[in-house]
Design a protein around this ligand. Sequence first.
Ligand code: HEM
Length: 436
Amino acid sequence: MSATTVPEAVLPDGPTSPRVVQAVSFLMARDRTMHRLRERYGSAFTVESLNLGRMVMLADAAEVKQLFQAGPEEADTPDANLGAVLGPGSFFAITGDEHRKQRKLLTPPFHGRRLRAYESLIERETERETASWPEGRPFAVMPSTMRITLNVILQAVFGAEDAELDELRALLPHLVKLGSVLAVLPVLRRDLGGYGPGARFERHRRQYDAIVDRLIDRGNADPALAERDDVLAMLLQSRYDDGSAMSRSEVADQLLTLLAAGHETTATTLAWAVERLRRHPGVLRRLVAEGDAGGSELREATLIEVQRVRPVIEMTSRQVRAEHLRIGRWTMPRGTVVTACISLLHDDESIFPNPQVFDPDRFTGARADTSGWVPFGGGVRRCIGAAFATLEMNVVLRTLLRDFTLEPTSDPPERSHSRGVAVAPAKGGLAVVHRR
Ligand code: HEM
């Protein structure tokens, strides 16, 4: 055999029904379909998807770990993803070296001292939003958690205030919602002579770019720029290794990316926290007592467990860039999309015994193993906002439990509902509260 012989592909088995049937099944009930396929084929299977083509799905912890550890030259973000609508400077659109350079610039604002500076902002936004919560009757918390996480990102990331804050608050939810539909259904991007969703997206995007331009001008003219804590201020001062600064369009694309990736994910996880806690009054009581005493261990464990049982991003993918990629039992040729099935790993009973049981104590005390726990993905593409989201969810939950009594319920669990980017509780996390 010559050294250049390409090894034969070894892919897991999978359904043989027509591509469109498989794709529709995934579109309609992604999680149920994944569970059904695992039952039938085991911890790896191959499916056909509409926008990503043939896809290998991995639900074995060791194989997923190997996938996350693959270098960008072996496997990187798939061609078809949100990057197509967020812009060429978006994390989701860049690969290899360019991606590494951008991670280096954008990592510091999401860690350490910078991060702690956001705590009071998060608490303030939570208090502001919950001031108008009704008492004693059911309401969905998700619109509130969406507003809290939007307002926090607009200030902590965009450094927006006054007119720009109001304009972005009104514009961005539409822009991102439309963008996530266009990312999945590229055919809608076609410009129909100024009409249609594609043209509407372009109009919103131009408005967005104009607002970010104003924020950049204001930042560059701000004598106190160095003292500001927001991500934009930091990006304006940062330099690549060759001394050059990020371009305006790079800044605009990345801010939009941070919002698209960080707003709804955090808000839906918080809504699931409310949904789960109302159905687990024992945990809820202990959490309130712990918070009143100034503790945080159970709250942190609870948020880990909420993300285990209700991961809002159910899967994340790479595409093979090398001639082939070997992972565990499989050999996948260039172009194959390989997906880590987050929700399947999280209810694998060999990793989490009694996986259906909501039990935050799995993660208290002697710190249970979190190796199969991957709500933020892994490797060089692991969520850059993981520490930020963890802090934000912690502060929001702490503030809610400090200010309100959450009524338990015997209602059945809320079903999952896919919103495009994240999976949310179908009724938006219904709550009944009383002010404490
Ligand atoms: C509970 C909240 C969140 C969840 C569950 C979540 C989940 C994820 C997941 C699964 C990925 C893909 C990782 C991979 O493929 O290995 C990701 C990527 C990313 N997330 Fe998050 N995320 C959350 C919050 C945030 C926040 C708050 C931000 C920023 C403000 C953010 C920014 C990003 C970015 C920029 C990427 C792309 C990273 C890259 O490609 O290098 N996320 N996130």
